[in-house]
Design a protein around this ligand. Sequence first.
Ligand SMILES: [Zn+2]
Ligand SMILES: [Zn+2]
Length: 338
Amino acid sequence: MRGAVLYAPGDVRFEERDAPKIIEPTDAIIRMSATCVCGSDLWSYRGINPVTEPAPMGHEYCGIVEEVGRAVTSIKPGRFVIGSFFASDNTCPNCRAGYQSSCQHKEFVGGAQAGRLRVPLADGTLVATPDVPADDLIPSLLTLSDVMGTGWFAADAANVKPGMTVAVVGDGAVGLLGVLSAKRMGAERIIAMSRHESRQKLAREFGATDLVTERGDEGVARIKELTKGIGADAVLECVGTQESMMQAIRSTRPGGSVGYVGVPHGVELNGEELFFAHVRLHGGPAPVRRFLPELIDLVLSGKINPGKVFDLTLSLDQVAEGYRAMDERRAIKTLLRP
Ligand SMILES: [Zn+2]
Ligand SMILES: [Zn+2]
């Protein structure tokens, strides 16, 4: 089997790897229908996260179950399934509370940019669709594995409710799908912060009503201007830098909420500023598994089309070009088909 392996910053190779095997009786092996490159893969690709040894890449996946371990009861070979980038048992107290990405038995699912993948805790992790879906639905279903689930969690964590004014910091795939999520949850006004034309266009399509091109304190000032000096009811932070986090907190009205899903890199918060801001913060690695059944229904019934974030489709063996295009911001997100 061939798959993507990162050797050093900027050096992704598509090469022969050992085919995955059932190791634990709770495992499943799936044959990939589609996978993709994640914004978070770029942290390693750019050398911001150190690369110490060759690493199999990719954690977003959907496909057909080929084989299951003897303890797997609900997931059957031949079914089309989607799972989260964190495997979870879906039975422990944290899972039952809806925080499967903090499962007591969580395991990161890596190496998905390949023809086949081993998924641990298959019964808890994977959700099957009623039938094998039509090919044109696969990009949207794939987004539920991470990027759409993460945008949805940002809106959920920011407590978005009908009629609210929502601001979204970050115009990557997660931010754009945060716009779509806020719209679906009934936000009346959605302010997308973006300075790139193609991304602004997609933000509008997903439901953005206003666009703000300024960043940092100027961005905050624009949000205040647009909200009669008060700030947004809910702000989705989808970047993970010091600037974006402060922009999110300072754009929120007193009593409002920030949902933050950008993996923080060097973010430090000032306790005194937070205290006087009167803002709620909630975020973390998205418990994608919680949202899978609902989001699968929304995709299958045609109510949402999050697969539009893929503006580049390549065959899996062109994965290196997929990384380059995203690194150079020529593509929002790269879809890979085996
Ligand atoms: Zn991801
Ligand atoms: Zn659990």
